[in-house]
Design a protein around this ligand. Structure first.
Ligand SMILES: Cc1cc2nc3c(=O)[nH]c(=O)nc-3n(C[C@H](O)[C@H](O)[C@H](O)COP(=O)(O)OP(=O)(O)OC[C@H]3O[C@@H](n4cnc5c(N)ncnc54)[C@H](O)[C@@H]3O)c2cc1C
Length: 442
């Protein structure tokens, strides 16, 4: 390795939520050296949550989602320039343009990308969209404004459900399909997912669980006409939204000998990226959707969290560690949390329900669609979700952080826990191994 070039300063790759908040934390932490933000999108950092909500509904233009700055950055911006290689030997980043940018320290904040529609037969017809970026949302919004006859949404995760809810609210006919029996199965399990299925169906969305799209049909002009499902049904639709989840694109890190794969860039507890030999880099950190790190709340389980709050907190934390001496760097500890609005319900979630083996309704009832449910794993409280019933959620957040036992808090006038049931999580898909040296294809 070359000696650190003190004049090269700090470089942030990925100019979105984590990149911006990390850069701001560097400045707030007193760093006044050169600071460069590299982003492959041509825009200043913008906010993604509104894309599947207010932008799709037409309330807010995709170009009105810019993130507010909280600190004067005095940074060099390289927007519209993908980083294509990291050379640890010379401590530099190469951009697609050929420009080489040296760094003294590096923050990787390259997030995740929408899993693309899997092309199985010929070219993808016109009318197939995904939803990750501002451009995706703008293109999809244009297609919705043309009043398609039916929208087929493939994937009933958070983004698929929010898109279904928005499209339905626009008065459009919607079919939502998922290989699992209920929406949000992977996030909440089938028991709670059934409530979402009922909400969607009551709203008039045609939800079909346990099926996959096996082929698409197009008209003579190459426009989407219909989709064939694995149960033999044909759904006529002129717009398809592929909401198939996200994947980390780490191909630009090939050759850098880091532990990274499609599941994330593996870090140690203080957010330093691990080298392929298993040791932490001294000058490369990662934060946000792209980072996978051992979370002390869950016994050091490696987690890569795709939530807004984590991107903000982890980026600020990594930045503080980047400025601290080695012995003063603090472990990053984070309670995952997300929110979602769909089918007239406000859903709030804290914790990690991954591997949960029981769930109990602590307040309200599934039948009323207004409740707070708590998840347990091996006798410990690990997560809680509220549907329009968030009053006790902070208390459960504390319980989860403290590693307290399941079942839930009881005894309050408004608390009446049901007997625990199986949460019915689907079998886990084979995930990439947690700590692979990066390969050319991530
Ligand atoms: C439609 C949608 C709705 C969402 N709704 C919610 C919600 O309601 N609640 C919630 O908690 N979370 C939500 N999220 C998730 C949340 O937006 C993400 O967790 C957050 O954006 C992560 O920030 P990030 O900066 O880590 O990654 P990203 O936002 O993915 O940003 C990474 C940036 O790096 C760029 N990049 C990638 N590779 C390179 C490269 N080689 N060179 C240069 N630049 C590169 C990318 O183009 C991108 O601009 C939503 C996400 C989406 C897509």
């Amino acid at each position: 390795l070359s000696a650190p070039d003190r004049t090269a300063g700090i470089v942030v790759v990925g100019a979105s939520l984590a990149g911006l908040r990390g850069a701001e934390a560097l400045r707030r932490g007193g760093y006044d050296g050169p600071l460069t933000l590299i982003g492959d999108e041509p825009y200043r950092p913008y906010d993604r949550p509104p894309l599947s909500k207010h932008v799709l509904s037409g309330e807010v233009g995709a170009d009105r989602t810019e993130l507010p700055a909280t600190t004067a950055l005095k940074a060099q911006w390289r927007l519209g320039h993908p980083a294509v290689a990291l050379d640890r030997g010379t401590r530099s980043i190469r951009l697609a343009s050929g420009e080489v940018i040296p760094f003294e320290k590096l923050l990787i904040a390259t997030g995740a990308r929408a899993r693309p529609w899997p092309v199985t037969e010929g070219p993808t017809p016109e009318g197939v969209f995904c939803l990750r970026s501002r451009d995706d949302a703008a293109a999809l919004r244009c297609a919705l404004a043309r009043k398609p006859r039916r929208i087929l949404i493939v994937g009933a995760g958070l983004i698929g459900c929010e898109a279904a809810s928005c499209c339905h609210a626009l008065g459009l006919a919607v079919t939502l399909v998922d290989p699992h029996e209920t929406p949000l199965s992977r996030a909440l399990g089938g028991l709670i997912g059934q409530v979402v299925a009922e909400r969607a169906e009551q709203a008039g969305v045609d939800f079909r669980g346990g099926v996959r799209v096996v082929g698409l049909e197009q008209d003579g002009a190459g426009r989407l006409k219909a989709a064939r499902l694995s149960d033999g049904a044909i759904v006529e639709a002129d717009v398809l939204i592929a909401a198939l989840g996200a994947t980390r694109d780490v191909s630009w890190l090939a050759g850098a000998d880091l532990m990274a794969d499609a599941g994330g860039v593996t870090c140690d507890a203080v957010c330093r990226v691990l080298l392929a030999i298993g040791e932490p880099s001294r000058d490369i950190y990662a934060a946000g959707d792209v980072a996978r790190w051992p979370n002390a709340i869950f016994d050091g389980e490696h987690m890569a969290i795709e939530h807004w709050g984590n991107a903000v907190d982890q980026a600020a934390h990594a930045a503080r560690n980047m400025l601290a001496s080695e012995d003063r760097q603090a472990p990053y500890v984070h309670l995952p949390a997300f929110w979602s609005s769909q089918f007239g319900v406000n859903i709030k979630f804290v914790g990690s329900a991954e591997g949960a083996d029981e769930v109990a309704v602590a307040r309200g009832s599934l039948r009323s669609h207004r409740f707070l449910a708590v998840y347990g794993k091996a006798g410990r409280t690990v997560a809680a979700v509220s549907f329009d019933e968030a009053r006790w959620l902070p208390a459960y957040a504390e319980k989860i952080m403290a590693g307290e036992a399941f079942p839930p808090i009881s005894g309050g006038a408004d608390l009446s826990a049901t007997a625990p049931s199986a949460p019915n999580f689907p079998q886990r898909r084979a995930e990439p191994r947690p700590m692979n040296p990066v390969s050319a294809h991530g």
